[in-house]
Design a protein around this ligand. Sequence first.
Ligand code: GN1
Ligand code: MG
Length: 358
Amino acid sequence: MTDPGEAAAFFVAADTIAAVTPLAAGNVNRTWLVRLHDGGRRVLQRLNPAVFPDPGLVMDNLHIVTGHLRRRLRERSTCGLEVPRVLRAANGADRLADPDGGLWRMLTWIEAGPTRRTVDSAAGAAAVGRTLGCFHLLLADLDPSLLGDPLPGFHVTPAYLAAYDRVAALTAAATDEERFCAACIGEYRFLADLLQQQAKRLRRQVIHGDPKVANFLFAADSGQVVSLIDLDTVASGLLLHDLGDCLRSCCNRHGEDPPDPARTRFDADLFSAVLAGYAQAAGDLAGTADRELLLTAVRVLTFELGLRFFTDHLAGDRYFAVDRPGHNLHRALVQFHLLRSIRRQEKDLERRCREILH
Ligand code: GN1
Ligand code: MG
């Protein structure tokens, strides 16, 4: 792999660089902060070729989406979002391919407080909801067919289930925790087809694809969200994919990697706050069928992520970066406990949903 210092020096002159240090990592790509001698900051990223089969396509999508967002933001002052800019090297190149198939790029640095992996107040949850609503509204008139598919099969839950079934047929659950996950998948596998079956009735447009809490940048000094980052998965999708994923992330106060997965709970008050914020910003973008199936989407996306983590665990941790053996199993347990917690509160959550998104 190209050294991050070398990659940084492709985009900016080597003698302007003061330091290149790793930034709070995602589960897939690697990210560095580049500090310049003049005090400037840049973001350097390497797109993981093991996950994105065509990283160039990801870059092309990024240009289309950020360009559209900037144009619409100039017209609509109610949504105050900062949009990262793709920077170019002196020779005009916006990307650097390395010999291992990875693709490097440099983006502007967006000034914000530290990354938050969880939301701890209704105000924070409402800010997340408003930002997602703004994001969807700004992209509502971008033709989805202009974007390529960065990750074929992403959010195709039945395909994840089929992949799990193939892996599980070769690797039997061996521990109590693995048996718990396998039992949850048995219990909830009916969820896999529910969004697909209704897809024709649901709103499809350009979506984010990965709107988890850590991708919302909060200002350091106010509770406001200043940006929604990590635009590698932007593509044509269902509004409910984003809403389901955002809610499963936001309403889990202990986060995706807590000490004790069994204590994971789905927080109904945060759920209400995200929905209220979303409705305030997005108005009636979500139609009748989207509103009817919203809680289903939260369950499907929670199930899907549990399934993805557990399958990766059984397959030898090939997709998600791990810190330790069993890390993906631990992450899967969290999602399955979250799913059970949603089940226990289903009636109350359905009622809240009807009241807020009438
Ligand atoms: C991955 O790379 P990161 O951390 O932004 C994953 C998402 C999952 C998320 C769970 C391309 O996101 O789908 O929801 O982990 N992204 C991809 O933390 O698979
Ligand atoms: Mg991501």
